[in-house]
Design a protein around this ligand. Structure first.
Ligand SMILES: NC(=O)c1ccc[n+]([C@@H]2O[C@H](COP(=O)([O-])OP(=O)(O)OC[C@H]3O[C@@H](n4cnc5c(N)ncnc54)[C@H](O)[C@@H]3O)[C@@H](O)[C@H]2O)c1
Length: 264
């Protein structure tokens, strides 16, 4: 090891002593990321709109991680000031914030001629505006506190490839990747890393594209890795980007898709 280089932390302790806020952590990929963060030693806030679902997730995660490691905070990211409130509530509960993940997102598949104005606004508002103001709230906290931080956004392979029925969703996710790069450049001088996860087909309970009969098998067959993604795949990638192992990684888009984007 060259002089001046610190050892990379061991995987089990990658996030020891860190506090993570997973916005959209009460369902699907967000739960996978929250679980992986707990496994890597972080304290975790799962934030989402639905209180009953949030309480159930906190109970499940507490059963695995033990008491005091995870809590839930209700938030609707469409309410812009609520993004600041959830950061403040996280700091009030765990004493700090080190990691933000903006997972909340929505996909309303529809071809051009079918898309309604409501479909358009719902996807742009949650995926783009929600991500923007979530990141802004965390960045303001990190900057005011003079502390380094890790921010992870979530886009989609649909933001890179032209899948029929995904025009608005894909545009919102392409925009998330673009925002991520701009934020990364603005915040890197302050020791704040902003990076993006780019999921492919991830098997979640609400992924209706995969949950239709035969769809999961079809999707797996069309994926170079010959399987769909799992929550642990997303969790492991998020742990890396949230950890000190990624201190020199700014504005990256980490594609977790079994090779779909690479061959497209
Ligand atoms: N599942 C996939 O295959 C896949 C593929 C590519 C990208 N993605 C992206 O990954 C992210 C998670 O996907 P998922 O499949 O787990 O979705 P999901 O629908 O299962 O979960 C979405 C989460 O966002 C939260 N949420 C929704 N609206 C909210 C609001 N207004 N305020 C706060 N929270 C809100 C929900 O409570 C939920 O916890 C999304 O951004 C999605 O676009 C998913």
């Amino acid at each position: 090891m060259a002089a001046g280089e610190a050892a990379v932390p061991l995987p089990g302790a990658l996030l020891a002593g860190k506090v993570a806020l997973v916005v959209g952590g009460t369902q699907g990929i967000g739960i996978g990321i929250a679980r992986a963060f707990l496994g890597a030693g972080a304290k975790v806030v799962v934030a989402g709109r639905d209180k009953a679902r949030m309480d159930a997730v906190v109970e499940d995660l507490t059963a695995v991680a033990g008491p005091g490691h995870v809590t839930g905070i209700q938030v609707d990211v469409l309410d812009v000031p609520a993004n600041t409130a959830v950061v403040e509530a996280t700091v009030a509960h765990f004493g700090a914030l080190d990691i933000l993940v903006t997972v909340a997102g929505v996909f309303r598949p529809a071809e051009l001629v079918e898309v309604t104005e409501e479909d358009f606004d719902a996807q742009m508002d949650l995926n783009l505006k929600g991500t923007f103001f979530g990141v802004q709230a965390a960045a303001r906290y990190f900057l005011a506190d003079g502390r380094p931080g890790k921010i992870i956004t979530v886009s989609s392979v649909a933001g890179r490839r032209a899948f029929p029925g995904s025009s608005v969703y894909g545009a919102s996710k392409a925009a998330v990747e673009h925002l991520t790069k701009v934020f990364a450049g603005e915040l890197a001088p302050h020791g704040i890393n902003v990076n993006c996860l780019v999921p492919g087909s991830i098997q979640t309970p609400t992924n209706w594209l995969l949950n239709r009969p035969g769809a999961a098998e079809e999707s797996a067959a069309g994926t170079p890795a010959r399987r769909n993604g799992l929550l642990v795949d997303m969790g492991a990638a998020a742990v890396y980007l949230a950890s000190g192992a990624a201190d020199f990684v700014h504005g990256a888009a980490l594609v977790v898709d079994g090779g779909v984007a690479a061959v497209g």
